[in-house]
Design a protein around this ligand. Structure first.
Ligand code: NZQ
Ligand code: ZN
Length: 392
């Protein structure tokens, strides 16, 4: 077991109709002029934005709005948001939506509280020394950005998708109403479940430091999401299943399921980020498309963990060699992806890269991780290229 820091300052308000408390929460955290930041319009169509602005109007809280955060959110809108906030003297950010709106808001916060180009943080040139408070009303259970320290932004020039992590990015509050996720397309619900599981799996397939308590939480979370993803496939309006998945999403990426380990593997995420940057695929689907190939490439280097995963999460038969059990677990995970209509390779994802594009993704991925990265197995650029090609 390694020493660890566990810092989750986000106040969580969970349950039906909790968005009606947004004005009180903003006041509690000192907001006087708000930027409401959202995505491509689902919050307009669902009527959620109107409900929120009506609540703020009734509480005499001033706000400006900025929509347009696309999946794999763009740096250009971040710059626009920073300028708007400066002009309007905004002192509090409210993101309504999913990881894309939240991450874009986090970047706007860094840009407001720090001099210079905000991209420097995502380009690993320097670290943020503050932000401004951020509240979240979550509409899709997926990234865990509502409690996480990270945000992921895509620079349009060169299609560079990069993440930046800082405790300053952790939201002040997160309103989690599972009912708000009931308007999601089935595909996005499944992408979300995949991403949620992956945030814990990235922390699970490691070489050391694993604690019994952390493993029990991780395995319980994974079994819960796996079960409820299938329930939601058949019954998308099931409140309890929506609630299980939503809370799992927050816990999966707030650090809880990694306490004591060596920091996690994260290579499936890093490989996916290049796919997201280049082909604009949904993050969860990109993860599912790459995971099986990654797992087969690395499992021999991390056999005890793959065996434990197979038995305790995928609940496969405990017979044969450790390798056979591990491989059975990987197959079972891919079967699960197929059962919720997620891709298990790049073609199913709708992507067919050229040789040059494979090489470009591997090169950018290696640059993004500073050369090599991974815990289950440390991967260099040649490994990344091999995994990309094998995942076709
Ligand atoms: O943009 P709108 O119109 O709102 O539509 C969105 C979008 O098309 C739609 N949607 C969201 N809630 C809805 C809804 N449609 C109907 N009803 C609702 N209730 O769903 C689509 C996806 O939304 P998005 O915010 O892009 O999804 P997600 O939460 O999966 O975020 C993905 C982004 O987050 C990054 C990903 O890389 C990607 O850029 N990540 C952020 C992380 C973090 N900050 O901690 C960690 C993750 O690993 C991930 O990398
Ligand atoms: Zn993710």
């Amino acid at each position: 077991m390694f020493d660890f820091k566990y810092f989750t300052p986000t106040k969580v308000i969970f349950g039906k109709n909790t968005e009606s408390r947004v004005a009180d929460l903003i006041k509690e955290f000192g907001g006087t002029k708000i930027l409401i930041h959202y995505g491509g319009g689902s919050v307009v169509r669902s009527g959620l934005l109107k409900r929120v602005t009506d609540t703020l109007d009734a509480a005499n809280i001033n706000y400006v709005t900025l929509g347009g955060a696309v999946p794999n959110p763009h740096l250009g809108l971040v710059y626009e948001g920073i300028e708007l906030c400066k002009k309007e003297n905004v002192d509090f950010l409210l993101a309504i939506g999913g990881g894309s709106a939240i991450d874009s808001a986090k970047a706007i916060g860094y840009g407001l509280a720090n001099e210079g180009d905000v991209w420097d943080f995502y380009d690993y040139k320097r670290k943020a020394e503050g932000s401004i408070p951020l509240g979240v009303i979550l509409t899709i259970a997926a990234t865990g950005s509502e409690m996480s320290d990270s945000s992921v932004i895509t620079k349009e020039e060169g299609l560079v998708k990069r993440g930046y992590s800082s405790d300053y990015g952790r939201p002040a509050f997160a309103i989690l109403n599972p009912e708000l996720t009931m308007t999601l397309p089935d595909y996005q619900t499944a992408c979300g479940c995949t991403d949620i599981m992956m945030h814990t799996m990235e922390r699970y397939f490691t070489q050391g430091g694993n604690m019994e308590i952390t493993d029990a939480l991780a395995e319980g979370l994974l079994r819960t999401v796996k079960k409820n993803a299938v329930i939601l496939r058949d019954d998308p309006q099931n409140y309890d299943a929506r609630a299980e998945v939503m809370w799992a999403g927050s816990l999966s990426h707030n650090g809880l399921t990694g306490c004591g380990n060596d920091g996690g593997d994260w290579m499936t995420h890093k490989l996916e980020h290049e796919l997201g940057g280049l082909y604009d695929v949904a993050h969860g689907a990109g993860l599912a498309a790459i995971w099986g190939t990654w797992a087969r490439y690395v499992y021999k280097n991390c056999l005890p963990r793959f065996k434990k995963f197979a038995l305790n999460v995928m609940e496969v038969e405990n017979t044969g060699s450790d390798e056979e059990i591990a491989l059975r677990g990987i197959e079972a995970m891919e079967d699960f992806y197929r059962s919720i209509n997620m891709p298990t390779n790049l073609r199913e994802l709708g992507v067919n890269p050229t040789e040059e594009e494979f090489a470009l993704m591997a090169e950018k991925c290696a640059i993004g991780v500073g050369g090599a990265k991974g815990s289950a197995k440390v991967l260099n650029e040649a490994d990344m290229l091999a995994i990309y090609k094998a995942s076709l």
